[in-house]
Each structure stands twice: as structure tokens, then as C-alpha cells.
Design a protein around this ligand. Structure first.
Ligand code: HEC
Length: 162
């Protein structure tokens, strides 16, 4: 009768210690780890946006504007966040200036991606602009979808925000 009781006890203690260690590790690395939404956004950016904007969102001269480090002000106000949501749901076309460079291309609409995915991409861009707390909500994307707009009309929103 003694053996079956004696045997599992140290095992259980060891498991409890392992579990505690695991929890401690998870807690200590948790703070340093990026927000899972932004991580998801980074992966989506690699799939859908990096070909034109570069993997690190630094842009490609003559092709597509920089997004990392260039959208800080546009992430700060609700009207400018609405502009970004409009770019993703309706596209953008016509001459623009960004970080002293000129672009005159066509940004395709990504309206086929769900609001959650577009919000995740914009959350990663918020993190890449040093303002992770300014993440764009799915509600802002849903709001942008309600009105039909041409890519040229979205450029007017960009000008209004400047
Ligand atoms: C086929 C190339 C292409 C792809 C793919 C693309 N973009 Fe763009 N993007 C552009 C171009 C070109 C512009 C500038 C359009 C212009 O000149 O008016 C732009 C502009 C933008 C802007 C506006 C920047 C500003 O300064 O106002 C944002 C935001 C943006 N893109 C985000 C994205 C995101 C996020 C994705 C992926 C979901 C993406 N783009 C995919 C080409 C692309």
C-alpha cells in the first residue's frame, strides 16, 4: 500500500516545479514579446504588401512610399486613421509626396481581406512607426468600407489630412 503513494508524490512535486518554472518563463518573456495582433499583421504584410513596400515597410523609390516611420502622424488622429483604412479598402492613386520623395502609382484595394486582417496589418504598421498604442480598430475599417470611393478620391482625403 505504501509504494503507490510514495512513488507519485515526488513526481507530482517535480511536475509542479516544472509548471511553475514554465509559468515564470512565460511571464518574463511575455513583456518583451510583440503583440500577437501585430505579429499576425507582420506575416500578412509579408504576403500582401512587401512586394511593393519592401519587407520592412521602408518603401521602394519610384514604386511605393515608405510606411515604417512615415505614418506616425497619420496614426495619431481618428480622421487620419480613417484615411489609412480607406487606402486599404478602396486603394490610392495619383501624385503624392512622402518623406521628400514623389510617387505617382496605384495602390490596389485590399477590400477582399477581412477587417481583422487589415486591422492586424495596420497594427503592425503602428508598431513599425513606434506608436503601437495607436493600432487601428476593425470598426475603423468597417466604417471605411461603407462608402464607395475611387482611389483618386482617397488621395483627396490624404491631402485634407496634411
Ligand atoms: C502593387 C503594389 C502595392 C501593393 C501590393 C501594396 N501597395 Fe500600398 N501603395 C502602393 C503605391 C504605388 C502607393 C502610392 C500610391 C500613389 O502614388 O498615389 C501606396 C500607398 C500606400 C499607403 C499610403 C501611404 C501614404 O503616405 O499616404 C498605405 C498606407 C499603403 N500603401 C499600405 C499598403 C498595405 C498595408 C499593403 C498590403 C495590404 C499595400 N500597401 C500593398 C503600392 C502597393
Amino acid at each position: 500500500m505504501k509504494r503507490p503513494f510514495w512513488f507519485p508524490r515526488p513526481l507530482a512535486a517535480r511536475l509542479a516545479r516544472l509548471l511553475a518554472l514554465g509559468l515564470a518563463c512565460a511571464a518574463s518573456t511575455g513583456a518583451a514579446r510583440a503583440d500577437p495582433l501585430a505579429e499576425q499583421g507582420k506575416a500578412l504584410f509579408g504576403t500582401h504588401c512587401a512586394a511593393c513596400h519592401n519587407a520592412d515597410a521602408s518603401g521602394i523609390a519610384g514604386v511605393a512610399p515608405p510606411l515604417a516611420g512615415a505614418l506616425r502622424e497619420r496614426l495619431a488622429s481618428p480622421a487620419d486613421q480613417a484615411y489609412l483604412a480607406n487606402v486599404l479598402t478602396h486603394g490610392l492613386a495619383g501624385p503624392i509626396q512622402s518623406q521628400g520623395q514623389s510617387f505617382n502609382g496605384i495602390m490596389p484595394s485590399f477590400a477582399t481581406l477581412p477587417d481583422e486582417s487589415l486591422a492586424a496589418v495596420l497594427s503592425w504598421l503602428a508598431a513599425s512607426n513606434g506608436v503601437p498604442e495607436q493600432a487601428v480598430s476593425t470598426a475603423t475599417l468597417a466604417g471605411a468600407r461603407t462608402e464607395r470611393k475611387t482611389p483618386g478620391a482617397v488621395r483627396k482625403l490624404r491631402e485634407a489630412g496634411q
